[in-house]
Every structure is written in C-alpha cells, then in structure tokens.
Design a protein around this ligand. Structure first.
Ligand code: DGJ
Length: 730
C-alpha cells in the first residue's frame, strides 16, 4: 500500500480508489504532491511546481521567502517565510517561534503507532509511513505518521513531537494534518448548530482568505463539528470528488481551508491553537498529536461518508457492541425529568417490559438530593427519598421483568451545592481571585488532577459494583470557563479519556453511550470509548432528519443515539405520527424516551412490531452501507420539487443481497402524483423481491437504480414507508 520511489524521493500511499503522494524537495522540505483518484506509481514530483522561476531558492537566494510562501508543505512550521497558516509552532526559551523542519529519515512498516493517552484507530491490515523531521538549530524532532488500512480510501495522519534537547520548549500549535491542495475549485461543507439544533449542513464556495470552524469550549461542541469536506461544485451525493477531514479528538479544535495567493488551498485540522500551550520538557519528553482522518471519494459525499463509517466501525470503536445486537432501551428523561419515585419508575418499566422493551435507563435525578439541576453533581449515591433502599429495589423489579438496567452519570461535573464541593472546593476548575461562572448551576471538575478523577471513579465503581448495570449514559452538560492555564484544555481531555478508559476496560460488558447536553461531544474521539453517542436533545422526527443527515456525513449511523418520544414534541411542540417517529429513530440506535403507560392503545400496539422489525434490520444499520437518497437541507417548495419535502435513505448488506429503504414524506401536497425514488447501492445484476402498497414485486437492481420506485402521495405530513428488499434467485 505504501511505496517509496527512491529516484524521485517520493512516497506514495495507495488505497483501493485513491492515492496520496508526498515527496522530498532538494533541501529536505517535505512537500505534498498529489491526493486524488488512484494513479499508478510514477514520478509525480513535477506537480510540486518547485522549479518554477523566480521562486527557486537554489537559483535565486534572494527569493527564499517567496519559495517558502508557495511551496506545498506537508507540515508547515512558522517563521521562515511561509505566511500561510502553519501546522506547527513552538517557542524556545528566548521567546522565538521560528522553526525549520527538514527531513531526517523515514521508515515504512506494517502496523501503526498507537498513542497510550489518546483515542486512536487500531487493528491489523494497515501500513504506516513514518517520516522524521528536525529543526536543526533547536534539535526538536517531529515524527509524522501516515497510516492506511486495507480496503479503505483513508489516510490517518498524526505526529509525535519529541524534545531530546537540553532545553524546554513550549508547543503553541500542533495541528494533526495540513494538506496543500493544488487548486481552488472547491466548496466547503461543514456542520454548524446549537443546543438541540446540532449538525446543520452548510455548503459554500471557498473564497480568498481563511474559512474556519472551531471550538474554544473545551468540548467539540454543539456549534461546530470537528469535520469538514472540500468538494467540487459539481459533486453530488453519489458522484464527484469529496475530500473529508475529521479529528479523533473531543476537545478544542480548529478546521480550516485557506485559499492562497496562487489559488491553491491549504486544508488543516487539529487541536485549537488559540489558548493552547504545552511545555515540552527537555531530555526526551514527547507530545502525541491526535489522529486526523482524511478521506478521498470520487463517489460523492455518499462514498466519503461510507469510508468514514467503515473505518470507524472496523478500526476505531472497541466496544463489543460495535457489531453486536444492542438492547432496545427506554429512557425516563422525557417521561419524568427529575420528578419520579420508585413506584413511578416501576410502573414505566413494567409496561415497557410487557411491550418487549429490553433495557430500562434511569436518567438524571437518582443521586444526592437532585430534584432539579441545581445540586448534587459529584455526590454519586442514590437519593433515598426517591429510591428507598437505593438502586436495588428498582433493579430487582426491572431484572425481575426480564429487562436490563442502565444508569446516567455526569462524571465531569460538580454542583456548588454538593457534599463533594463543600469538602473540596478546589476540585472545580477556576482561577484564584476570580469568581467562577456557573452554567446549569454547575462547575467543571479539574480532570487534569488525578486525585479529582480518582474521587469520582471510586464513587462510580461503588455504584457499578452494587447493581446489575449493563448500560451507562455519560453526560457532560456545560462548557469550560475560567481555565487557569492554557495547558489545562488538553490536560482536561486527557483526564476525561483516562476515566473513560478505566470504565471501558474495567467494565467491558457495559454498553456506554456518550452524551453532552445532547450532541456537544459527537465526535470520533468519543467513538473509541462508546459505540453510540446521544445526537441531540431534539427528538422531533422532522428536525431529526436534518440532525441525523448531518451526523451521518462523518459518523456511523449505528452510533447516532436516536429515540422515539412523545408528541407534541418537547423541543418543538410538533405532532408527527408514531410510526414515522420509529422509522426515523431506526436511522440510528433506536429506543424510546417516553412514558409508555401514557401512550394510546394504538401506539402501544405498534411497539412490539417496531422492536421485532428493528431486530430484523439492525444488522444492516450496524454493518451495512448507507446510501442517502435525498438531502433534507435542500430548499423546499414546488420549484425544487425534485429534492424537496421528502427524505429517503437506504442500508445495504455488504453482499448486496439485503436492503432497507426508508422514505419520509415531510410535507403533504394536495393533488400530487407519486414520487419516483431511484435506489442506490444495489447490485444491478441481482433481482430483488419487495412489497409495496401491499403487493409483492420483483425487479432487478438496475431497474430499481435507473428507473426507481413510485411511492404514492401519502396522507399527511411526516408520513413514511419502510421497504425491505431481498435478493432472489428468480
Ligand atoms: C442532557 C441530555 O442530553 C439529556 O438526554 C438528559 O440526560 C439531561 N442532560 C439530563 O440532565
């Protein structure tokens, strides 16, 4: 997969449909050569344009700065004339920030480097190119790493910074990837949003200057996701080039495209450099840079997303649940909020068990004296007023009904009104002499300190060992403020990862679902610990079409936490049919978040069928390939009819014999004909059997993809159909 062409001093990483090529310039600069559709190994170094006068340093010593300002650097540093955004900045004790990284050596090996402190991709069937670069005057070493996994059009980039010199240096900027693409014909796709409105898609042409999304909140955030794609203006869901970038990290990030004076595009992703500083001490100290994942697709956005999905499912998620059937859960949050008693919970659990729901999750409010979100975070002992006798009577009842039990924690937080805070006010992040800012009446624990993590872990362990807990929801409901030192942003994340590591290695059978006030930490870093992440506190089926579409651009659908909740919806007040709420929640993890006892008989009657259907299709969502057939962000209205007012998506098994189509009519229109939906991803040669409008049909994959299916005008908004297609020998 990785070759070195000695004559051209060129490295080529080949994946099934793509090639990524880099090369060494005369002076030892490491330059980007090519990234795109696969090309046979050959000397491509002309593409670097290094010989174009008057910018050749060897021919014209005066023009070094001009050369530096346009050469396609793979890991640009600062201070020697490249005035575009650097990937790397370090500060020497004298305050200087100049760094000149040159090639020292390389090796190509089977396997990859796995950080001991950061989430990372893993697994067999991969090869790595490691290039060691050095700044000669300071002696600082940067080991760049490029890994490719068999069968996947992705390059995983990271770096290790090593200080083997006798002086300390401060790292100011250590991005994970920087790629100098040779042209400017790109549009940038990114995901923006807010609480309960996460992952809205934006697609805009690049303009001269810098286009950036980022987070300074201590979490990857509701507002922007650590993901972007550069696509051609003509790129669609199924055709054209797409370059996708994401970060395996959950804290502050930056993601940016810079269009340069020579109409080239520098694309970068990494830890947010603003307010970042890391003291790298002398004599061998190292800093691990988070992994960035770079995906190339010439099969449009869909191809890009499917590569992310497969890579993350096969080589990032570790949970035993990544391929395994997961229990259908019911969560009591929207059913009760903080207002529950043992009796009320048992009532919900009893009805849920009767309808076939398999896991009961007790959300916020079970500990301390938490009748509202004003207190008790940090006091992880059951509230005896609500749960007399602790968790046991409840778990006995639940397991007695044949269900499993799950529990909510918010381990990173502390309420000012808590025993933990009264005993250890210094555990909360803050700055001496300044008031701390409260958010949701809580502070953030200083997870950079081991004793703080230990104090929470001891309490969590006691609870985990006291009851049959098979699922945990790990929540995080506020952002960081009054951060006393720049280093803390990253140290905090390392602390969070440390505690998650203790949880998943100490209790490997527990199904962990991450959450952050909805979807504020919906990122690839979290996937390393939890196979599913709560995507949003907005459970409205119509809004979820967009949130889940946006999330699926870079995250596997089986990781998208999605539940059926009651109507009118608690976030929007909208009413949608129960059946459609289930069909939409099946484009994710599928579960319920409501008081089943208060549902109508008709709704209750649908639940056992929905659960049975889910178990018959969930392998397709976990292991199959997703094809999005529509874009819920497309403008609606008659003129845009071809792609408006409906959504549709498919899942197809890897052998393409089994498929599932879900179609949602968002807005009904009077006197409208059926809509023709062209399927995707099927085997054109195979014949598929399926039922539509109560009639059995058989059609070839070619027919279904080229001619499509006619889905009749349904009655009412947010109505839907789900169609299973199976290959037949006929
Ligand atoms: C935010 C989460 O997203 C909700 O699902 C719920 O767990 C609340 N926190 C509880 O406080």
């Amino acid at each position: 997969m990785i070759t070195y062409l000695e004559s051209a001093r060129q490295f080529q990483l080949d994946t099934p449909r793509a090639s990524y090529v880099l090369a060494l310039a005369d002076e030892g600069f490491l330059c980007h050569v090519y990234w795109g559709k696969r090309i046979a190994p050959q000397d491509l170094t002309d593409l670097m344009r290094l010989g174009e006068a008057p910018f050749v340093p060897s021919q014209n010593e005066r023009e070094r700065a001009s050369f530096m300002d346009c050469a396609p650097f793979e890991y640009p540093a600062a201070g020697t004339g490249d005035y575009r955004e650097p990937a790397f900045v370090m500060e020497t004790p004298d305050g200087g920030r100049t760094c000149d990284l040159r090639y020292v050596s390389h090796r190509i090996y089977s396997g990859k480097y796995n950080s001991a402190v950061l989430p990372h991709t893993w697994g067999n069937g991969c090869e790595t190119l490691e290039i060691t670069m050095q700044d000669a005057p300071s002696g600082l070493t940067v080991r760049l790493s490029y890994t490719v996994f068999e069968g996947l059009d992705a390059v995983i980039r990271s770096a290790v910074i090593e200080n083997e010199t006798a002086q300390d240096v401060t790292l100011r900027r250590v991005l994970s990837a920087s790629v100098d693409l040779d042209d400017d014909r790109f549009e940038m796709i990114s995901l923006y949003g807010s609480w309960a409105r996460e992952r809205q898609m934006q697609r805009v042409p690049l303009h001269h200057g810098k286009q950036r999304i980022d987070s300074m909140r201590g979490e990857s955030s509701h507002q922007y996701s650590p993901f972007f794609a550069l696509v051609r203006p003509e790129t669609t869901e199924q055709t054209g080039e797409a370059y996708g970038f994401t970060l395996i990290y959950s804290g502050n990030f930056t993601a940016q495209a810079e269009l340069t004076q020579f109409c080239q595009t520098r694309a970068q992703i990494g830890i947010q450099p603003e307010d970042f500083a890391w003291l790298l001490q002398s004599d061998g100290c190292r800093f691990d840079v988070p992994e960035a994942v770079l995906v190339y697709s010439d099969e449009g956005l869909g191809g890009m997303s499917r590569t992310f999905h497969k890579l993350f499912t096969d080589h990032l998620i570790r949970s035993k649940y990544r391929y395994a059937e997961r229990p259908v859960l019911i969560n009591n949050w929207e059913a009760t909020y903080f207002d529950f008693s043992l009796e009320k919970l048992c009532g919900i659990a009893e009805e849920a068990a009767r309808l076939g729901i398999e896991l009961f999750v007790l959300d916020d409010g079970w500990f301390g004296r938490r009748d509202s979100d004003n207190c008790s975070l940090g006091d992880w002992t059951p509230d005896q007023r609500k749960l007399p006798g602790g968790l046991k009577p409840l778990t006995d009842h639940i397991t007695g009904k044949g269900m499993r039990f799950g529990l909510w924690f918010e381990p990173e937080m502390i309420s000012p009104d808590s025993d933990l805070f009264r005993a250890h006010p210094d555990y909360a992040i803050g700055i001496e002499g300044r008031p701390r800012t409260q958010s949701r009446a809580q502070y953030v624990l200083d997870y950079s300190r081991r004793e703080v993590r230990d104090a929470v872990w001891e309490q969590m362990k006691k609870i985990l060992d006291s009851a049959p807990i098979s699922y945990i929801k790990w929540d995080m409901n506020r952002q960081l403020t009054e951060v006393p030192r720049a280093e803390l942003w990253h140290k905090y994340m390392l602390g969070v990862y440390d505690l998650m590591e203790r949880l998943v290695t100490g209790y490997p059978d527990i199904l962990l679902e991450n959450c952050s006030g909805g979807g504020a930490r919906f990122d690839a870093g979290m996937l390393y610990y939890s196979p599913q992440i709560w995507a949003s506190d907005d459970t409205d089926a119509k809004e979820r079409l967009r949130i889940q579409y946006g999330a699926s651009l870079f995250m596997p659908p089986a990781a998208i936490g999605s539940h059926v909740s009651v109507c009118p919806n608690h976030a929007t007040g909208r009413n949608t049919p129960f059946a459609t709420r289930a069909n939409v929640a099946m484009n994710g993890t599928f579960g319920y978040e409501l008081n089943v006892a208060s549902l109508s008989d008709d709704e209750k009657a649908q639940i056992p069928e929905q659960i049975a259907r889910w178990h018959s299709i969930s392998h397709l969502i976990r292991e199959g390939a997703q094809y999005r057939l529509a874009n819920p962000f497309a403008p609606s209205g008659f003129a845009a009819q071809a792609n408006a007012d409906y959504d549709a998506w498919m899942y197809i098994s890897r052998d393409r014999t089994d498929a599932l189509l879900t179609y949602v009519q968002i807005t009904a229109e009077a006197n409208m004909k059926s809509r023709r939906i062209k399927l995707a991803g099927l085997d054109p040669e195979m014949t598929y059997r399926f039922a539509l409008d109560g009639t059995e049909h058989t059609k070839t994959g070619a027919y279904l993809m080229q001619c499509g299916l006619l889905i009749r005008n349904l009655w009412g908004d947010m109505t839907s159909v789900q169609i299973r297609l199976k290959a037949t020998a006929e």
